[in-house]
Design a binder for this molecule. Structure first.
Ligand code: CTP
Length: 130
């Protein structure tokens, strides 16, 4: 049984998120998703996500392709999460290309191409302009 893990904020859930989660799920038998906490997002971007973490977590958990969800509290703890959830494969979008190669002795790493022309940031900007 191959266990796949991926991480993200998944704020203002969109089709790019669906695509990467379905593709990640198709690469194994069991998909685990680390949803980054509000505090982690605030420290990274100096703003809170639109959807609070409990809601982002529930949205991801409601997807058919997702088997398990947890809140990611720190970016640097990828290896600890990989070990805790016994992941064989880490999947990330290619905006992270090369950034997690350091976990490779413990876990296979694959970067998937992002869905073009959509992001949470862009959706927020478009909504703001209207
Ligand atoms: N992702 C993707 N295609 C997109 C947008 C996101 O494949 N068009 C992937 C990212 O590469 C990541 C995961 O979805 O692996 C979660 O990304 P996240 O940062 O939550 O979404 P973004 O839309 O990129 O958010 P933001 O604009 O705030 O960076």
């Amino acid at each position: 049984m191959k266990r796949v893990i991926t991480f993200g904020t998944f704020d203002v859930f969109h089709i790019g998120h669906v695509n990467i989660l379905q593709r990640a799920a198709a690469l194994g038998d069991y998909l685990i998703v680390g949803v980054s906490s509000d505090a982690l997002n605030f420290s990274k971007k100096q703003r809170n996500p639109i959807y609070r973490q409990a809601d982002r977590e529930r949205i991801i958990a409601s997807l058919k392709c997702v088997d398990e969800v947890f809140i990611e509290e720190t970016l640097e703890d990828k290896l600890r999460y990989i070990e805790q959830y016994r992941a064989d494969l880490l999947v990330m979008g290619d905006d992270w290309l090369g950034r997690f190669d350091w976990v490779k002795p413990k876990c296979e790493v694959l970067y998937l191409p992002r869905t073009p022309s959509i992001s949470t940031t862009e959706i927020i900007e478009i909504a703001r302009e209207r």
